[in-house]
Design a protein around this ligand. Sequence first.
Ligand SMILES: Cc1ncc(COP(=O)(O)O)c(C=O)c1O
Length: 413
Amino acid sequence: MKRLRGLDVLRWWLRMDTVRVQSRVMSDDLLRYRSEFPILEHTTYLISNSLGAMPRGVYDAMKGYADTWATRGVRAWEERWWMLAAEVGDQIGELMNAPKGSVSTHQNVTTCQAVVASCFDFSGKRNKVVYSDMNFPSVMYFWEAQRDRGAQVRMVKTDDGITVPTERLLDAIDDQTLLVPVSHVIFRSAYINDAKAIIDKAHKVGARVVLDTFQSLGTVPVDVSELNVDFACGGVLKWLCGGPGVAYLYVRPDLGRVLEPKFTGWTAHENPFAFQIGPIKYTEPPYRFMNGTPHIPALEAAGPGLKIVREVGVGNIREKSKRQVARLMELADQRGWRVNTPRDAEKRGGTVSIEMPDSQEVCRELLKREVLVDWRPKAGVRMSPHFYTKDEELETAIAAVDEILKDRAVMAR
Ligand SMILES: Cc1ncc(COP(=O)(O)O)c(C=O)c1O
């Protein structure tokens, strides 16, 4: 038999690699979850960076909630509801390698920031808050407002509207820095911040990091224990398909045992049902970081999405997401549209921001055509495939944009 020469071997290997990629694409195992999401039957759903698709299990969860309330009445608190906030916190914690009991649940991320802020005093010498202008605006508004409470706030600006200048951010973190609230993945561009470098620098000078993992958890691996981050927070309504009304706050266990949030309430009391008069006596985490009556309906709605995402596995989601985002970029490049998302797959999350001509109007037209995406200033149209997205849907969405732009060109004549 003729021996294979070096070049033949390379060709054979490349052919086999193509076959391997094709078969993985064709047998996209994760598509088996599509039937769990009713909206996928009639839309091209590329908007999980904003609101993840609703799992059909939420119908049962909501019915279960109503039945419990209707039949068990006030007994529901001790039979199920009181513990739910911590149970859901643990389910979320599992996704980011947080120890049991270290994740409390809240209504939104802004509230989580407020809980963290209330653990600290801004009247001393260490009162600086360093953040990036690429943070989500609500988080920025919150910290800017803390100037009135004595915080010295320092915003580090982006150079290109896509990335965060890591070196400048690190330089801004000095021995007067108290807190560094930063996004893990940037909502506008999907840039992945160098969380490890930020945390290491902050710890070196005695500062604490509040990592906003809203745009990472569920699509990019997050390991709070390995990162050794002080606080991490986010919500479940995007990549975790958990619906609005549930946010989570991880507090590193050693801090959780000693911090005393001043934004507090009876849920954080060591004996809430004693209704004692006077100052709070803090209980242990996670309830230590909560305050008033928990948001039960939202906690019930979050369960089915969290279960599916845990089952699918963030590693699998990430692998597929990288491939599909790359395909969307390729399609945008072919048309000469500007891509406002990092080119390096390791430096971007699950979203691609595309600035085609008239992008805001294009977005509106796409929604009318059942292609669900959104538009943000300085970003363009944001498209976010998730584990339930078919490869064909990427082509469908871009073909719809082509059609819209063609129609607009005809009308402009
Ligand atoms: C990174 C990030 N943080 C926070 C939020 C929202 O904050 P909140 O839960 O307070 O509405 C969003 C988007 O909605 C976001 O993308």
